[in-house]
Ligand binder design. Structure first.
Ligand SMILES: [Ca+2]
Ligand SMILES: [Ca+2]
Ligand SMILES: [Ca+2]
Length: 334
């Protein structure tokens, strides 16, 4: 939710911008878009990759993902699994990458795909000569031998592939006790995004909306950016349905006083006083909630909820406001 606050006292008005909280919503659509994402590690950090199990360190070393297995006192034959979460609403059809065993070949390497059903499908990978980069391409297709181990039900493979939660590399260390290093680079995911609401980069903004508004559906960094400098970062614009490159398009709350004959409740020392009236720019498909407070130290109470948008502008008259105030109002996108 995103909130805006306004305050009203007798016949004066002023606007206060308030804090914010985010919930995720979306707009349904049946469109599909290509998935074309590459992890290159050209930026600092490991792009969401980390150790899921086993002993070892995963780092970004000079622009490649480096897996370092420590020296051991006795050969353990242990393995290390690293993982990267992947976003929702995608169908990965091919995974390609470069792999290098720096000093010794690992005993085995598997590529694994974990589904939200809990199933982990895997295929073994062949490793080329020590010290040389090898390019590996692995179609995510049943015919490639993806297996659950004891069995490989084809129907489950199809359904699991539409609900993946992570991609994993599992490295079974070489049999000696020395430290071992393996490197991965240019990990390329190909496939399709299954609809407008797909969210490959897991930034909470539908990738279809990101495409429409010139944002990057492969980077979560844009969620906090504010290219139009209107004070609403992109994820808030997404939630409110406003335009992220138009600084006139934003959630705001204006307050005034109705002095129409039916509204006048009485006279104060400063003159006629009426009923607070609130306005805000509204977007089709959104609903809004208003909160009210008479003392900011005591917090806000719900005033009205489920207010449907009547674009381009909603109006709300607070007939329950009595006395001289002050009244503070907060607007929330539900
Ligand atoms: Ca996204
Ligand atoms: Ca993004
Ligand atoms: Ca903005």
């Amino acid at each position: 939710m995103i909130m805006r606050t306004a305050a009203w006292k007798a016949d004066c008005c002023r606007l206060i911008l308030a804090g914010l909280v985010l919930l995720v919503t979306g707009v349904a659509s049946a469109s599909t878009m290509p998935l074309d994402s590459v992890d290159t590690w050209e930026q600092p950090g490991t792009a969401g990759w980390g150790v899921q199990s086993g002993q070892g360190i995963v780092t970004n070393t000079g622009g490649v993902l480096s897996i370092e297995l420590p020296a051991e006192g006795v050969p353990s034959g242990g393995s290390l699994t690293l993982e990267r979460s992947i976003g929702t609403g995608v169908l990965v059809t091919n995974i390609a990458f470069r792999f290098r065993a720096v000093r010794v070949k690992p005993s085995r390497v598997w590529l694994r795909l974990r589904a939200d059903s809990g199933a982990v499908w895997y295929v073994p990978l062949s490793v080329s000569a020590v010290g040389e980069w090898a390019t590996v391409g692995m179609p995510v297709a049943y015919e490639q031998g993806w297996t659950l181990g004891a069995e490989r039900p084809e129907a489950q493979f199809s359904s699991d592939m539409e609900r993946l939660v992570s991609v994993e590399f599992c490295v079974l260390r070489h049999g000696d006790t020395d430290a071992q290093t393996y490197e991965i680079d240019n990990l390329h995911f190909e496939g399709v995004r299954l609809g407008y609401d797909a969210d490959w980069d897991m930034d909470g903004m539908a990738d279809g909306w990101e495409d429409e508004h010139g944002l990057d559906p492969y980077s979560a960094a844009d969620a906090l950016e504010d290219p139009d400098a209107d004070g609403m970062p992109n994820y808030q614009e997404w939630f409110a349905g406003t335009r992220p490159h138009d600084r006139t398009s934003l959630l705001s709350l204006d307050i005034g006083v109705s002095l129409t004959p039916g509204d006048i409740e009485g006279q104060s020392a400063g003159g006629a006083r009426g009923v607070p009236v609130l306005w805000w720019p509204s977007v089709s498909g959104r609903t809004y909630r208003l909160w009210r407070s008479t003392n900011l130290f005591n917090g806000f109470s719900p005033l009205a909820s489920g207010i449907e948008a009547s674009p381009d502008r909603n109006r709300f008259r607070d007939d329950s406001a009595t006395g001289t105030g002050p009244y503070f109002y907060r607007l929330e996108v539900e």
